[in-house]
Design a binder for this molecule. Structure first.
Ligand code: 6LW
Length: 487
């Protein structure tokens, strides 16, 4: 059956996948957002249902005042001997740690730290041993992949860390994942940096400690020379075998806002790309080593696309997330009855702190959002890239206004009076524009709009994508009848 990429849309970068009992589990980076590390389940690798998050307790992850795109970097998920492990890096504290659970639908353990540096940690289990692999520091000007053996019960190192591969020549070697397939150990990684030069490469060896020999076909997957094309930045992936014995790489990539506009607003998304081994065990992927929108996969199922998000069909801490370390006293939710009450503190969206804010990821370009807001302070909808880049449509002092924040420049539109008890705020978008409206006295009034590109990663920097937030500052507010509908 035919499927379309991305298979998980919106800001879900650095995918890692494992198989357990015929089902697949996927985790992604979450940076400053809380809970951390979204967790998905699938039976076919195409349809992914979010079942929760891995880091659900502030005691598992320190996010207080971390910078935007700091916090939780690329995780790896693995299943061994009935137990799931998720290993990641808190880039703000510099720690590499893992947590585990025996119940994928339940809580995960407290963190266990490992004393090996670098980012993008990964685990490899074999014959009762566990290897810890991460991208390492620079040695003689070259960065590479380091590995040590650990005691998985304690996280203690059982060997020195050893450089096992320096990549195929690209900069920023990252996302190492080790696999044993047939008689070889395969070490897959990303190189080129997570922008337009991103790529997936691999090396193989007959020993887990190397020497690892780079395939002379590297990179095996990249869109760095595929242009003009909407899909760019393909890299950072994990290898997986489906239930029919076919191989795939689940990797990140992004969609430009237009063919000739090199900006992306939706963050890095999850792509499923077919892969294969030839008779001599060499790995290749995609069509001629590039990534496309549509592929065939074995199986009789259909690809579902979720179009409508309302308070009633979403969950706090599932679809909705918070920023950094939220003060839960500022939130009261009755989503089944379509109500969220946000008590705005004095923390604004311009600070790298924890404003009163809940958000969904923007998952596609064209949507219409509607929500009714009543407010004692300032409250409304924000399209949020980071504290310096966000567009806010809000009610304050019985007036509605639009504030555009781009790189420290703030533009506030003429405000209009909204004396009704509740005011409907409306956002309509396409890939290159965000437009803002308010409905008052049953008339819809256009307040203004702006180019989408100023919320892109190319402008705002960092590793996240646009979040669709509801926020409040300096007083109590009530949000009702939220609906976010993708075209
Ligand atoms: C991640 C690195 C990367 O740690 O971006 O795309 C970094 N690759 O592997 C942050 O997501």
């Amino acid at each position: 059956m035919k499927y379309t990429n991305p298979v998980v849309k919106g800001f879900y970068p650095d995918p890692s996948v494992c198989e357990a009992n015929g089902k697949f589990y996927l985790v992604c980076s979450s940076f400053q957002y809380f809970p951390g590390v979204p967790l998905f389940e699938s039976e076919d690798l195409v349809n992914w249902r979010q079942i929760g998050h891995v880091l659900t307790r502030p005691t598992q992850v320190m996010l207080d005042n971390v910078r935007s795109s700091g916090g939780v970097f690329a995780p790896t998920i693995r299943y061994n001997d009935g137990r799931f492990y998720m290993v990641t890096n808190n880039n703000s504290t510099g720690e590499n740690f893992y947590v585990y659970t025996d119940d994928i639908y339940g809580e995960w353990s407290d963190p266990i730290k490992v004393d090996q540096g670098g980012i993008d940690p990964s685990l490899f289990f074999e014959n009762g041993k566990c290897y810890f692999i991460s991208n390492g520091d620079y040695v003689d000007g070259i960065n590479g992949i380091n590995q040590c053996e650990i005691d998985i019960a304690t996280g203690k190192k059982l060997s020195e860390s050893k450089r096992i591969w320096s990549g195929s020549g690209g900069r920023f070697i990252e996302s190492p994942h080790m696999y044993r397939i047939g008689k070889y150990y395969y070490l897959m990684a990303a190189e080129g940096g997570t922008e337009y030069g991103h790529m997936i490469t691999y090396a193989r060896s007959k020993s887990v400690w190397g020497p690892f020999v780079s395939d002379n076909n590297n990179p095996i997957l990249t869109n760095r020379n595929k242009a003009p094309h909407i899909i760019q930045g393909i890299g950072h992936g994990d290898l997986v075998c489906d239930n029919n014995g076919n191989w795939h790489i689940l990797c990140l990539g992004f969609r430009q806002i237009a063919l000739w506009q090199a900006y992306h607003t939706l963050g890095r998304e999850v792509f499923l790309i077919p892969a294969r081994f030839d008779e001599s065990g060499r790995l290749s992927a995609g069509k001629d080593g590039t990534a496309d929108f549509e592929y065939e996969i074995d199986g009789d199922f259909t690809q579902e696309q979720r179009k409508l998000y309302t308070f009633e069909n979403t969950g706090i801490g599932l679809d909705w997330c918070f920023m950094r370390k939220p003060n839960m006293d500022n939130y009261k939710f009755d989503l089944e009855n379509g109500i969220a009450e946000l008590n705005g503190s004095e923390v604004t969206l311009d600070r790298a702190a924890s404003p009163t804010f809940i958000a969904l990821r923007q998952r596609d370009f064209d949507f219409e959002l509607k929500v009714n807001v009543s407010s004692k302070g300032e409250a409304g909808v924000t399209l949020y890239a980071c504290e310096s880049e966000h567009y806010d449509l809000f009610i304050k002092d019985c007036r509605a206004a639009l504030k555009l924040n781009i790189g420290g420049i703030k533009q506030v539109t003429n405000s209009i009076p909204v004396c009704d008890e509740e005011t409907e705020l409306i956002v309509r978008t396409n890939s290159t524009r965000y437009d803002f409206y308010v409905r008052t006295d049953s008339k819809e009034i256009f307040l203004g709009g702006a180019a989408a590109k100023y919320l892109s990663t190319e402008v705002a920097e960092g590793f996240t994508g646009v979040m669709i937030g509801l926020y409040a500052v300096g007083g109590k507010s009530k949000f009702r009848d939220f609906s976010l509908e993708y075209k």
